[in-house]
Write a protein that binds this ligand. Sequence first.
Ligand code: GDP
Ligand code: MG
Length: 375
Amino acid sequence: EVGMNAQDLGKLLHREPAEIVKKLFMLGVMTNQNQSLDKDAIELVAAEYGIDAQEKVHEDISDIDSMYDKLMDESKQSKHQVKRPPVVTIMGHVDHGKTTLLDRLRHTHVSAHEAGGITQKIGAYQVRIDDKPITFLDTPGHAAFSNMRERGAEVTDIVILVVAADDGVMPQTIEAIDHAKSAKVPIIVAINKMDAPGANPAHVTEQLMKYNLIPENYGGETIFVNISAKTGENVDELLQMILLQADVMELKADPTQKAIGTVIEAHLSRGRGPVADLLVQQGTLHTGDPIVVGNRFGRVRVMTNDRGRQVEKATPSMPVEITGLNDVPESADKIVVFDDEKTARSVGEQRAQAALQHARENVQHVTLDNLFDTM
Ligand code: GDP
Ligand code: MG
Protein backbone atom coordinates (compact mmCIF):
# COMPACT_ATOMS: atom_id res chain seq x y z
CA GLU A 1 0.00 0.00 0.00
CA VAL A 2 1.13 3.52 -0.69
CA GLY A 3 0.82 5.65 2.41
CA MET A 4 0.14 9.35 2.23
CA ASN A 5 2.34 11.79 4.14
CA ALA A 6 2.09 15.46 5.03
CA GLN A 7 3.83 16.39 1.81
CA ASP A 8 1.29 14.53 -0.33
CA LEU A 9 -1.56 15.88 1.70
CA GLY A 10 -0.18 19.41 1.33
CA LYS A 11 -0.07 18.95 -2.43
CA LEU A 12 -3.66 17.74 -2.49
CA LEU A 13 -4.94 20.54 -0.32
CA HIS A 14 -2.71 23.16 -1.93
CA ARG A 15 -1.00 23.95 1.39
CA GLU A 16 2.62 23.96 2.46
CA PRO A 17 3.67 20.62 3.99
CA ALA A 18 4.94 22.53 7.02
CA GLU A 19 1.47 23.93 7.54
CA ILE A 20 0.02 20.40 7.45
CA VAL A 21 2.59 19.18 9.97
CA LYS A 22 1.72 22.12 12.25
CA LYS A 23 -1.99 21.47 11.87
CA LEU A 24 -1.46 17.82 12.77
CA PHE A 25 0.55 18.84 15.79
CA MET A 26 -2.30 21.05 16.98
CA LEU A 27 -4.61 18.09 16.50
CA GLY A 28 -2.32 15.97 18.66
CA VAL A 29 -0.58 14.02 15.88
CA MET A 30 3.21 14.12 15.92
CA THR A 31 4.68 13.60 12.48
CA ASN A 32 7.19 14.92 10.00
CA GLN A 33 6.69 15.66 6.31
CA ASN A 34 7.69 12.21 5.12
CA GLN A 35 6.08 9.93 7.66
CA SER A 36 3.04 8.00 6.46
CA LEU A 37 -0.22 9.19 7.99
CA ASP A 38 -3.06 6.94 9.02
CA LYS A 39 -6.55 7.34 7.70
CA ASP A 40 -7.81 9.08 10.83
CA ALA A 41 -5.11 11.73 10.69
CA ILE A 42 -5.80 12.40 7.03
CA GLU A 43 -9.52 12.78 7.70
CA LEU A 44 -8.86 15.06 10.66
CA VAL A 45 -6.71 17.44 8.63
CA ALA A 46 -9.01 17.35 5.64
CA ALA A 47 -11.98 18.18 7.88
CA GLU A 48 -10.02 21.17 9.19
CA TYR A 49 -9.98 22.50 5.65
CA GLY A 50 -13.60 21.60 5.13
CA ILE A 51 -12.90 18.79 2.72
CA ASP A 52 -14.42 15.35 2.41
CA ALA A 53 -11.36 13.16 2.89
CA GLN A 54 -12.82 10.06 1.25
CA GLU A 55 -13.11 11.82 -2.02
CA LYS A 56 -9.67 13.39 -1.87
CA VAL A 57 -7.92 10.16 -0.91
CA HIS A 58 -9.42 8.52 -3.95
CA GLU A 59 -8.18 11.33 -6.12
CA ASP A 60 -4.69 10.75 -4.78
CA ILE A 61 -4.71 7.12 -5.93
CA SER A 62 -5.43 8.33 -9.44
CA ASP A 63 -2.34 10.53 -9.40
CA ILE A 64 -0.03 8.02 -11.03
CA ASP A 65 2.86 10.47 -11.22
CA SER A 66 3.04 11.02 -7.48
CA MET A 67 2.54 7.31 -6.79
CA TYR A 68 5.43 6.64 -9.12
CA ASP A 69 7.62 9.31 -7.51
CA LYS A 70 6.84 7.98 -4.09
CA LEU A 71 7.58 4.37 -5.00
CA MET A 72 10.80 5.54 -6.66
CA ASP A 73 11.86 7.38 -3.49
CA GLU A 74 10.94 4.43 -1.32
CA SER A 75 12.95 1.99 -3.37
CA LYS A 76 15.95 4.29 -3.32
CA GLN A 77 15.90 3.98 0.46
CA SER A 78 15.14 0.28 0.51
CA LYS A 79 17.45 -2.22 2.15
CA HIS A 80 16.73 -4.70 -0.62
CA GLN A 81 18.51 -2.68 -3.29
CA VAL A 82 20.79 -4.56 -5.64
CA LYS A 83 22.93 -3.47 -8.54
CA ARG A 84 21.00 -2.87 -11.75
CA PRO A 85 22.16 -2.50 -15.36
CA PRO A 86 22.73 1.02 -16.70
CA VAL A 87 20.28 2.51 -19.19
CA VAL A 88 22.05 4.27 -22.03
CA THR A 89 20.93 6.75 -24.71
CA ILE A 90 23.05 7.51 -27.76
CA MET A 91 23.06 11.12 -28.91
CA GLY A 92 25.01 13.23 -31.35
CA HIS A 93 24.93 15.18 -34.60
CA VAL A 94 23.13 13.75 -37.62
CA ASP A 95 25.28 11.34 -39.68
CA HIS A 96 27.88 10.95 -36.96
CA GLY A 97 27.01 7.27 -36.64
CA LYS A 98 24.34 6.78 -33.92
CA THR A 99 22.26 4.31 -35.90
CA THR A 100 25.32 2.45 -37.13
CA LEU A 101 26.51 2.03 -33.55
CA LEU A 102 23.09 0.89 -32.30
CA ASP A 103 22.84 -1.59 -35.18
CA ARG A 104 26.31 -2.93 -34.55
CA LEU A 105 25.57 -3.44 -30.88
CA ARG A 106 22.29 -5.10 -31.66
CA HIS A 107 23.81 -7.46 -34.16
CA THR A 108 27.17 -8.32 -32.70
CA HIS A 109 26.25 -8.33 -29.06
CA VAL A 110 22.68 -9.48 -29.11
CA SER A 111 21.65 -11.73 -31.92
CA ALA A 112 24.95 -13.49 -32.53
CA HIS A 113 24.78 -15.05 -29.11
CA GLU A 114 21.12 -15.89 -29.22
CA ALA A 115 19.64 -18.84 -31.00
CA GLY A 116 17.07 -17.52 -33.41
CA GLY A 117 18.53 -14.05 -33.28
CA ILE A 118 16.52 -10.90 -33.10
CA THR A 119 12.94 -11.40 -34.07
CA GLN A 120 11.51 -7.98 -33.47
CA LYS A 121 12.40 -4.43 -32.64
CA ILE A 122 11.28 -3.20 -29.32
CA GLY A 123 12.12 0.27 -28.04
CA ALA A 124 15.18 -0.88 -26.15
CA TYR A 125 17.49 -3.85 -25.90
CA GLN A 126 20.15 -5.25 -23.65
CA VAL A 127 23.70 -5.93 -24.68
CA ARG A 128 25.98 -8.15 -22.64
CA ILE A 129 29.67 -7.70 -22.13
CA ASP A 130 31.41 -10.18 -19.85
CA ASP A 131 27.91 -11.34 -19.01
CA LYS A 132 26.97 -7.95 -17.61
CA PRO A 133 23.93 -6.36 -19.23
CA ILE A 134 23.65 -2.80 -20.52
CA THR A 135 20.29 -1.46 -21.64
CA PHE A 136 20.26 0.71 -24.76
CA LEU A 137 17.31 2.86 -25.71
CA ASP A 138 16.85 2.24 -29.40
CA THR A 139 15.75 5.74 -30.34
CA PRO A 140 18.79 7.90 -30.95
CA GLY A 141 18.33 11.60 -31.27
CA HIS A 142 17.26 14.38 -29.06
CA ALA A 143 13.54 14.54 -29.63
CA ALA A 144 12.91 11.27 -27.80
CA PHE A 145 15.18 12.28 -24.94
CA SER A 146 13.55 15.71 -24.62
CA ASN A 147 10.06 14.31 -24.85
CA MET A 148 10.82 11.88 -22.04
CA ARG A 149 12.31 14.60 -19.89
CA GLU A 150 9.55 17.10 -20.54
CA ARG A 151 7.14 14.51 -19.26
CA GLY A 152 9.24 13.94 -16.16
CA ALA A 153 10.57 10.55 -17.25
CA GLU A 154 14.16 10.09 -16.24
CA VAL A 155 15.10 6.75 -17.65
CA THR A 156 18.57 7.46 -19.02
CA ASP A 157 21.54 6.92 -16.72
CA ILE A 158 24.34 7.58 -19.20
CA VAL A 159 24.52 9.44 -22.52
CA ILE A 160 26.92 8.27 -25.21
CA LEU A 161 27.86 11.33 -27.21
CA VAL A 162 28.83 10.21 -30.69
CA VAL A 163 31.10 12.68 -32.51
CA ALA A 164 32.51 11.89 -35.94
CA ALA A 165 36.32 12.12 -35.91
CA ASP A 166 36.29 13.56 -39.43
CA ASP A 167 33.65 16.20 -38.74
CA GLY A 168 34.01 17.33 -35.14
CA VAL A 169 31.65 19.28 -32.91
CA MET A 170 28.50 20.35 -34.76
CA PRO A 171 25.28 22.12 -33.67
CA GLN A 172 23.49 18.94 -32.58
CA THR A 173 26.60 17.85 -30.69
CA ILE A 174 26.31 20.99 -28.60
CA GLU A 175 22.57 20.48 -28.24
CA ALA A 176 23.17 16.94 -26.98
CA ILE A 177 25.71 18.20 -24.44
CA ASP A 178 23.17 20.76 -23.21
CA HIS A 179 20.43 18.13 -22.92
CA ALA A 180 22.60 15.73 -20.99
CA LYS A 181 23.91 18.43 -18.71
CA SER A 182 20.52 19.84 -17.85
CA ALA A 183 19.33 16.30 -17.13
CA LYS A 184 22.44 15.79 -14.99
CA VAL A 185 23.24 12.64 -16.93
CA PRO A 186 26.95 11.85 -17.31
CA ILE A 187 28.37 11.80 -20.82
CA ILE A 188 30.75 9.27 -22.29
CA VAL A 189 32.32 10.58 -25.49
CA ALA A 190 32.60 8.14 -28.38
CA ILE A 191 34.76 9.64 -31.09
CA ASN A 192 33.49 7.69 -34.08
CA LYS A 193 34.67 7.05 -37.65
CA MET A 194 38.25 6.46 -36.58
CA ASP A 195 38.65 4.46 -39.78
CA ALA A 196 37.75 7.46 -41.95
CA PRO A 197 40.61 9.15 -43.88
CA GLY A 198 40.16 12.57 -42.28
CA ALA A 199 39.85 11.30 -38.71
CA ASN A 200 41.35 13.76 -36.24
CA PRO A 201 40.42 12.71 -32.71
CA ALA A 202 42.86 15.15 -31.07
CA HIS A 203 41.09 18.05 -32.74
CA VAL A 204 37.66 16.72 -31.66
CA THR A 205 38.90 16.32 -28.09
CA GLU A 206 40.17 19.88 -28.09
CA GLN A 207 36.81 21.13 -29.34
CA LEU A 208 34.92 19.18 -26.69
CA MET A 209 37.09 20.53 -23.91
CA LYS A 210 35.57 23.94 -24.61
CA TYR A 211 32.28 22.41 -23.48
CA ASN A 212 33.83 21.17 -20.28
CA LEU A 213 34.14 17.59 -21.40
CA ILE A 214 37.69 16.98 -20.23
CA PRO A 215 39.32 13.57 -20.64
CA GLU A 216 41.13 11.98 -17.73
CA ASN A 217 44.59 12.48 -19.21
CA TYR A 218 43.89 16.22 -19.22
CA GLY A 219 42.83 16.13 -15.59
CA GLY A 220 39.11 15.80 -16.25
CA GLU A 221 36.58 13.13 -15.46
CA THR A 222 34.96 12.43 -18.79
CA ILE A 223 35.55 9.08 -20.44
CA PHE A 224 36.60 9.31 -24.09
CA VAL A 225 36.75 6.28 -26.37
CA ASN A 226 37.87 6.32 -30.00
CA ILE A 227 35.75 3.90 -31.99
CA SER A 228 34.58 2.89 -35.40
CA ALA A 229 30.96 1.83 -35.45
CA LYS A 230 31.57 0.65 -39.02
CA THR A 231 34.49 -1.71 -38.37
CA GLY A 232 33.69 -2.40 -34.72
CA GLU A 233 37.06 -1.09 -33.56
CA ASN A 234 37.03 -0.40 -29.81
CA VAL A 235 33.28 -0.92 -29.47
CA ASP A 236 33.91 -3.51 -26.74
CA GLU A 237 36.09 -0.96 -25.01
CA LEU A 238 33.22 1.51 -25.11
CA LEU A 239 30.94 -1.08 -23.48
CA GLN A 240 33.55 -1.68 -20.76
CA MET A 241 33.68 2.05 -20.12
CA ILE A 242 29.90 2.17 -19.77
CA LEU A 243 30.12 -0.55 -17.11
CA LEU A 244 32.89 1.37 -15.39
CA GLN A 245 30.82 4.55 -15.35
CA ALA A 246 27.82 2.57 -14.09
CA ASP A 247 29.91 1.16 -11.24
CA VAL A 248 30.97 4.64 -10.23
CA MET A 249 27.31 5.71 -10.21
CA GLU A 250 26.32 2.72 -8.05
CA LEU A 251 23.07 2.22 -9.92
CA LYS A 252 20.69 0.21 -7.81
CA ALA A 253 17.09 -0.90 -7.64
CA ASP A 254 14.86 -2.93 -5.37
CA PRO A 255 13.54 -5.92 -7.30
CA THR A 256 11.35 -7.10 -4.42
CA GLN A 257 8.63 -4.48 -4.65
CA LYS A 258 5.79 -3.94 -7.09
CA ALA A 259 7.11 -2.66 -10.40
CA ILE A 260 7.21 0.90 -11.63
CA GLY A 261 8.43 1.81 -15.07
CA THR A 262 8.13 4.05 -18.10
CA VAL A 263 6.73 3.50 -21.59
CA ILE A 264 9.36 3.86 -24.29
CA GLU A 265 6.97 3.51 -27.20
CA ALA A 266 3.59 1.97 -27.92
CA HIS A 267 1.44 1.02 -30.85
CA LEU A 268 -1.69 -0.80 -31.84
CA SER A 269 -1.12 -4.27 -33.21
CA ARG A 270 -3.84 -5.67 -35.41
CA GLY A 271 -3.62 -9.11 -33.91
CA ARG A 272 -2.55 -8.38 -30.36
CA GLY A 273 -4.23 -5.09 -29.55
CA PRO A 274 -2.37 -2.30 -27.73
CA VAL A 275 1.32 -3.12 -27.35
CA ALA A 276 3.63 -1.15 -25.06
CA ASP A 277 7.42 -1.30 -24.96
CA LEU A 278 8.45 -0.37 -21.49
CA LEU A 279 11.37 -0.19 -19.18
CA VAL A 280 11.02 -1.59 -15.68
CA GLN A 281 12.80 0.79 -13.30
CA GLN A 282 12.10 -0.55 -9.84
CA GLY A 283 10.54 -3.74 -8.59
CA THR A 284 9.64 -6.76 -10.66
CA LEU A 285 6.82 -6.79 -13.20
CA HIS A 286 4.95 -10.10 -13.45
CA THR A 287 2.57 -11.52 -15.98
CA GLY A 288 -0.92 -10.98 -14.62
CA ASP A 289 -0.06 -7.80 -12.70
CA PRO A 290 -2.91 -5.27 -12.74
CA ILE A 291 -1.45 -2.02 -14.04
CA VAL A 292 -2.21 1.55 -14.86
CA VAL A 293 -0.12 2.97 -17.70
CA GLY A 294 -0.65 6.68 -18.18
CA ASN A 295 -4.39 6.88 -18.77
CA ARG A 296 -4.70 3.22 -19.69
CA PHE A 297 -5.24 0.17 -17.58
CA GLY A 298 -5.23 -3.59 -17.81
CA ARG A 299 -3.41 -6.68 -16.75
CA VAL A 300 -0.05 -7.78 -18.14
CA ARG A 301 -1.20 -10.50 -20.50
CA VAL A 302 1.83 -11.49 -22.55
CA MET A 303 5.29 -10.16 -21.73
CA THR A 304 8.12 -10.51 -24.26
CA ASN A 305 11.79 -9.66 -23.84
CA ASP A 306 14.09 -7.98 -26.38
CA ARG A 307 14.93 -11.39 -27.86
CA GLY A 308 11.31 -12.02 -28.66
CA ARG A 309 11.00 -14.61 -25.92
CA GLN A 310 8.01 -14.78 -23.68
CA VAL A 311 8.91 -14.08 -20.04
CA GLU A 312 6.97 -14.27 -16.80
CA LYS A 313 8.79 -11.46 -15.04
CA ALA A 314 10.89 -8.40 -15.76
CA THR A 315 13.47 -7.03 -13.32
CA PRO A 316 14.91 -3.48 -13.06
CA SER A 317 16.40 -1.97 -16.25
CA MET A 318 14.88 -4.74 -18.31
CA PRO A 319 13.02 -3.66 -21.45
CA VAL A 320 9.91 -5.68 -22.27
CA GLU A 321 6.94 -5.53 -24.52
CA ILE A 322 3.55 -6.13 -22.97
CA THR A 323 0.01 -6.68 -24.15
CA GLY A 324 -3.20 -6.53 -22.14
CA LEU A 325 -3.95 -2.80 -21.99
CA ASN A 326 -7.36 -1.38 -22.84
CA ASP A 327 -5.87 1.21 -25.19
CA VAL A 328 -2.53 2.46 -26.54
CA PRO A 329 -0.54 4.52 -24.01
CA GLU A 330 1.95 7.26 -24.90
CA SER A 331 5.71 7.21 -24.72
CA ALA A 332 6.99 8.52 -21.37
CA ASP A 333 3.79 7.37 -19.62
CA LYS A 334 4.38 6.01 -16.14
CA ILE A 335 3.53 2.47 -15.14
CA VAL A 336 2.25 1.61 -11.69
CA VAL A 337 1.15 -1.82 -10.47
CA PHE A 338 -2.02 -2.06 -8.40
CA ASP A 339 -3.24 -4.72 -5.99
CA ASP A 340 -6.30 -5.65 -7.99
CA GLU A 341 -7.66 -5.17 -11.45
CA LYS A 342 -10.79 -3.42 -10.28
CA THR A 343 -8.83 -0.54 -8.77
CA ALA A 344 -6.55 -0.36 -11.79
CA ARG A 345 -9.57 -0.13 -14.03
CA SER A 346 -11.27 2.57 -12.02
CA VAL A 347 -8.07 4.63 -11.78
CA GLY A 348 -7.39 4.19 -15.49
CA GLU A 349 -10.92 5.19 -16.43
CA GLN A 350 -10.86 8.17 -14.13
CA ARG A 351 -7.59 9.35 -15.64
CA ALA A 352 -8.81 8.87 -19.21
CA GLN A 353 -11.91 10.89 -18.39
CA ALA A 354 -9.88 13.68 -16.82
CA ALA A 355 -7.55 13.73 -19.83
CA LEU A 356 -10.51 13.92 -22.18
CA GLN A 357 -12.01 16.78 -20.21
CA HIS A 358 -8.66 18.54 -20.26
CA ALA A 359 -8.33 18.03 -24.00
CA ARG A 360 -11.82 19.43 -24.57
CA GLU A 361 -10.99 22.54 -22.57
CA ASN A 362 -7.78 23.00 -24.52
CA VAL A 363 -9.51 22.62 -27.85
CA GLN A 364 -11.92 25.34 -26.79
CA HIS A 365 -9.01 27.57 -25.84
CA VAL A 366 -7.29 27.02 -29.12
CA THR A 367 -10.46 27.70 -31.04
CA LEU A 368 -11.03 30.95 -29.20
CA ASP A 369 -7.42 32.01 -29.66
CA ASN A 370 -7.55 31.15 -33.32
CA LEU A 371 -10.71 33.18 -33.63
CA PHE A 372 -9.06 36.25 -32.17
CA ASP A 373 -5.97 35.70 -34.28
CA THR A 374 -7.93 35.69 -37.51
CA MET A 375 -10.10 38.66 -36.58
P1 GDP B 1 23.24 8.92 -37.53
O1 GDP B 1 22.54 9.96 -38.34
O2 GDP B 1 24.01 9.51 -36.42
O3 GDP B 1 22.34 7.82 -37.09
O4 GDP B 1 24.36 8.29 -38.49
P2 GDP B 1 24.36 6.91 -39.28
O5 GDP B 1 24.60 5.78 -38.37
O6 GDP B 1 23.15 6.84 -40.13
O7 GDP B 1 25.67 7.08 -40.14
C1 GDP B 1 25.80 8.09 -41.14
C2 GDP B 1 26.81 7.64 -42.18
O8 GDP B 1 28.08 7.48 -41.59
C3 GDP B 1 26.46 6.29 -42.80
O9 GDP B 1 26.78 6.33 -44.17
C4 GDP B 1 27.37 5.32 -42.09
O10 GDP B 1 27.70 4.20 -42.85
C5 GDP B 1 28.59 6.17 -41.81
N1 GDP B 1 29.32 5.72 -40.63
C6 GDP B 1 28.81 5.47 -39.41
N2 GDP B 1 29.79 5.06 -38.58
C7 GDP B 1 30.94 5.06 -39.30
C8 GDP B 1 32.29 4.71 -39.00
O11 GDP B 1 32.65 4.32 -37.89
N3 GDP B 1 33.19 4.86 -40.00
C9 GDP B 1 32.84 5.30 -41.24
N4 GDP B 1 33.80 5.39 -42.14
N5 GDP B 1 31.57 5.60 -41.55
C10 GDP B 1 30.62 5.48 -40.60
MG1 MG C 1 20.25 7.65 -37.44
